[in-house]
Design a protein. Structure first.
Length: 156
């Protein structure tokens, strides 16, 4: 029987970073059927079945996907499915714990070495989607000058 269609991909999908995405394709035709998957027109190495699983999803997985199904009678290309990857929807909290800071300690959270305005507490809450790089904290202990020692009055 002639291979007539390759179908089953939805027009688009959206996934958050770290999730799992599954794409399926089906075809009408005589076995054996072979499958090849493509992203933006380029073959995806190792993707040779009716299902493509991407896990965990990364930013670089965004793009247009198609599947080609082949048998002895020929081949058919599926419609394109576009995958959009969005940032994680979460809020994380970073804490400095088990440290007793003197009252004069200066705490400053930094992103890629630059101070984050308003982030000067032992706890910093942030949306990971806004962090692109390295998050760090600097703790400065200013030098405190002790009071001058009392000098005894030699006249007494």
């Amino acid at each position: 029987m002639l291979l007539t269609t390759a179908k089953g991909l939805s027009a688009s999908a959206t996934a958050q970073l770290g999730q799992t995405v599954e794409m399926n394709v089906s075809a009408d035709g005589s076995p054996p059927l072979s499958y090849a998957w493509f992203k933006n027109g380029a073959p995806i190495s190792g993707a040779s079945g009716p299902k493509l699983v991407i896990s965990p999803v990364a930013k670089t997985d965004a793009g247009d996907y198609t599947a080609q199904v082949t048998n002895a009678a020929g081949s058919a290309l599926s419609d394109k499915a576009s995958l959009t990857v969005i940032p994680m929807q979460a809020t994380l909290t970073a804490n400095i714990t088990n440290v007793n800071f003197p009252p004069a300690a200066i705490i400053q959270w930094r992103l890629n070495g630059r101070s984050i305005p308003g982030a000067g507490d032992a706890t910093y809450t942030f949306d990971p989607a806004t962090i692109d790089g390295s998050l760090s904290v600097t703790i400065t202990f200013p030098r405190v000058t002790p009071p001058a020692p009392a000098i005894a009055d030699p006249a007494k």
